[in-house]
Ligand binder design. Structure first.
Ligand code: BEZ
Length: 221
């Protein structure tokens, strides 16, 4: 079964991109990384997505996350389509601020389980789905998202998830539903109360539950 699981080391693949040939781990260096695939160049939803990703490039940079896109089109197609993407972002003439991998032989798409069997090109070959992989500085997979070709992603949600990943990589906390940076976080269940009060100087509040179990513990970071 192709694909990659959370916690596995992301493959150190080689690929042609709009910025030349790369070896993925060298491309990442010590940074976090995000690799996101789209079905095809010159398609409407993909154009809106890459345009939004380009608009948010500074936000990814602020968080130390290197961006790279992927589809099964050629480098030449990617370079030409990028001009449309930047024009859609009202930044015509500015280069796309991240490279796009040309997986025209579909090798990487098969290896990473990115093909969408329901969406095919004119030759009947499957297109890439809308995958997102967030990779940590240790080169391990921290998050993956898989949307079908017909549903565009929210890059604001991806940034929110990265904020959670980066926070929870450092502190023994988890982020609750709809959390946004600055809001209260939850103490992870495996941390005993005795250690929690020492670790969180802003205090820990516990919500009473009908079960009487004291598992809903909040703190402010
Ligand atoms: C799109 O990007 O608009 C798209 C691509 C493939 C299938 C459906 C939509």
């Amino acid at each position: 079964m192709p694909g990659i699981l959370l916690g596995e080391v992301f493959p150190n693949f080689e690929a042609d991109t709009t910025s030349g040939r790369i070896k993925f781990h060298d491309f990442l260096g010590d940074s976090w990384g995000i690799l996101f695939s789209h079905p095809a160049d010159y398609t409407p939803v993909c154009t809106t997505e890459l345009s939004r990703a380009a608009k948010l490039a500074d936000e990814f940079k602020k968080r130390g996350v290197k961006m790279i896109a992927l589809s099964i089109d050629s480098v030449e197609d990617h370079k030409n389509w990028s001009k449309d993407v930047m024009a859609f972002a009202n930044e015509a003439g500015t280069p796309l601020p991240f490279p796009i991998i040309a997986d025209d032989k579909r090798e990487l798409s098969v290896q990473l389980g990115m093909l969408d069997p329901d969406e095919r090109n004119k030759d009947g070959l499957p297109l890439t789905a809308r995958c997102v992989f967030v990779i940590g500085p240790d080169k391990k997979l921290k998050l993956s998202i898989l949307y079908p070709a017909t549903t565009g992603r929210s890059f604001d949600e991806i940034l929110r998830a990265i904020d959670s990943l980066q926070l929870t990589a450092q502190k023994k906390v988890a982020t609750p539903v709809d959390w946004k940076p600055g809001e209260k976080v939850m103490v992870i269940p495996s941390l005993p109360d005795s250690e929690a009060s020492a670790l969180f100087p802003n205090g820990v509040t516990t919500k009473e539950m009908p079960s009487g179990k004291k598992y809903l513990r909040y703190t402010q970071i």
